[in-house]
Design a protein around this ligand. Structure first.
Ligand SMILES: Nc1ncnc2c1ncn2[C@@H]1O[C@H](COP(=O)(O)OP(=O)(O)OP(=O)(O)O)[C@@H](O)[C@H]1O
Ligand SMILES: [Mg+2]
Length: 360
């Protein structure tokens, strides 16, 4: 990997996509070292080496990269993942990964095994040397109670983990239920991953939003192209569906990448979703790109009410909104029950719009 990562970064700077940031370069140095070790031939882990008393080599030590929003953590991890010349690598959003783990555990438990984690770790680790997680956070007790044993077994199978997070390992699952049982996971992470705080000078995502329009009207082909461009700038590549478990149900956001989600108005407000869904969505996102907000009135009262709830949830969670709509916020809802309430929504939308997507 010698120098390839820094070269790729330099190319992105010279083509104008990125600005030089020494804090990011320091991370690239760490990632270069990890990449070089991973590109070296895989350690042999045959039965014999154990039998003849040779120590089984552990995994290459990974990286836990944490810091404030928009500092470039996901961008750096993507650069690393893309540049690494091995096939045995995988990049996945942490939340999506844990959903997958629970689904696999569920399947394995049907077979009646005592410990379902070992076969699941086997499946995940099979043919894998590097797992990159974006946005590690532990939100619920179901995840908190299994990550310790799961990761222990992944490390035992020589999988290297590189992850981004908004908080240091010691703050994961802070104030969570039964946290004492979770503490060994923190110690495990600190043993197997170098912890690095990226405290760069600015929120680059905010920078990108500040200079650009965030409300496109009317919601025509031009607006669609503008939202496509906003996606490209903020998400930086193709999205994948994000599945969120909300009160035992599944909420699917059709496109998600690097904290940026995209959906149409009808996908989010045309279905029977409620406050819990919008809160979960807001908690998972930094930016929502919303296509095609129509004029609202008595005839689509339910959709309008959901839209008000969605905007409140986004606003409280400081999620930025980029949208296309039939009209400017104040002209969206002119007649019907709810007009009065919508005035507050319009004002929140206006604040986002006039401040280039930032909340007060
Ligand atoms: N050095 C840079 N110059 C210009 N833009 C940058 C730079 N670093 C990152 N960006 C851009 O800023 C945006 C945010 O970066 P990124 O998503 O990597 O942040 P993050 O640290 O992962 O944030 P979060 O904690 O919210 O997930 C992206 O669009 C990214 O391409
Ligand atoms: Mg990120």
């Amino acid at each position: 990997m010698k120098g390839r990562l820094c070269d790729a970064y330099a190319v992105r700077i010279s083509d104008g996509g990125l600005r030089h940031d020494p804090e990011q370069l320091a991370v690239l140095d760490r990632l270069e070292a990890i990449g070089a070790a991973l590109e070296a031939p895989a350690p042999r882990r045959g039965l014999l080496s154990g039998l003849i008393g040779r120590p089984v080599p552990g995994p290459v030590r990974g990286l836990y990269l944490w810091g404030d929003v928009g500092r470039g953590k996901s961008m750096l991890m993507d650069l690393f993942h893309d540049a690494l010349e091995i096939d045995a690598k995988r990049r996945v959003h942490f939340h999506a990964f844990m959903q997958e783990v629970h689904a696999r555990l569920h399947e394995v438990r049907k077979t009646g095994v005592d410990d379902a984690i070992a076969p699941v770790a086997d499946e995940i680790a099979s043919g894998l040397r590097l797992l990159c997680f974006d946005e590690m956070q532990i939100g619920d007790i179901a995840d908190a109670m299994i990550v310790g044993r799961l990761f222990e077994q992944l490390f035992a199978r020589a999988v290297t983990v590189v992850t981004t997070s908004n908080r240091p390992p010691g703050d994961l699952y802070k104030n969570g239920l039964n946290r004492a049982l979770f503490l060994p996971f923190i110690a495990l992470l600190e043993r197997n991953l170098e912890v690095h705080h990226l405290h760069g000078p600015k929120d680059y995502r905010q920078d990108r939003l500040a200079g650009s329009e965030t409300w496109f009207t009317p919601a025509d082909a031009r607006a669609r192209t503008a939202l496509d461009a906003a996606w490209q700038t903020l998400a930086g590549g193709p999205g994948k569906a994000l599945r969120l478990a909300v009160q035992g149900r599944e909420l699917v956001l059709p496109a998600f990448r690097n904290g940026v989600g995209r959906a149409s108005f009808w996908e989010l407000c045309g279905r029977a979703l409620g406050p819990a869904d919008y809160l979960a969505l807001a908690a998972a996102l930094r930016v929502l790109i919303l296509d095609g907000i129509p004029c609202l009135s008595r005839s689509n009262f339910n959709e309008a009410k959901r839209f008000v709830t969605l905007v409140d949830a986004l606003y409280e969670a400081r999620v930025r909104l980029v949208a296309s709509a039939a009209d400017v916020p104040e002209q969206l809802y002119l007649e019907g029950e709810g007009v009065f309430e919508f005035a507050r929504t319009a004002s929140r939308l206006r604040i986002w719009w006039s401040r280039g997507g930032s909340n007060p």
